[in-house]
Design a protein. Sequence first.
Length: 264
Amino acid sequence: MRTLISIVAIVAGMTLAPASAAPLPEGSADHTAGSQILKHEGTGDLRSASESPPTEGKVPGMDVSSHQGDVDWKSSWDKGARFAYVKATEGVHYRNPKFTQQYNGSLNIGMIRGAYHFALPDRANGVQQANFFVENGGGWSPDGKTLPPALDMEYNPYGDTCYNMNQTAMTAWVKEFSDTVYARTKRHPAIYTSTSWWNKCVGGSVKFGDNNPLWIAHYSSKLGPLPVGFDFHTIWQWQAAGHFPGDQNLFNGRFEQLQRIASS
């Protein structure tokens, strides 16, 4: 039976989640973009929330999840935030209960905003998780106000760093997710990750940077090397706390360029 299931999945062009994935712990947490990166990689050379990298020619932004609750968007706008990513989903089991307040609130104050999905590749295949994401906030339209949907790929919160998957299987999973989001929204998702995790767990057999914008996590005053397969970063999550609620981000360009990314 297992062989038959594998054959059907291959014919359908879908990778199977590893059979060894244990049930999610009761009351499993809502994981945020970078929560596991911070846990495994630390804060680098940053010692104070008041420190900041060079911001000339960059646009400040933020990312939030249910951990931030009802966000005071006017306060963040007044402090300079001009874009936001909002967590929508995780795996195929979790929807952010604060998504509407956060996603619509950031838009209503004038920010360009987008949604992200925290991947659990050992729980369901890329097609299933992409569909769950798109159907629960991860859509896109060329309205100049919506960032590309984003896929959060980072350390496994429940066990093996790479979710008991080798680079070939993980690469296929990411491509499955990306292709499905593109088929449904006509936009390739941004990929959020850290260089260390990506190089270990995904590798460079597919150059995702040709289609997928890079949202890189690296908590430091300097960016450092990019993951293999990427020659350019679009957003840098440089600090896990600071002026704005949630994580602190910088868009790699001017506001007019940010608007263009939200338009095409």
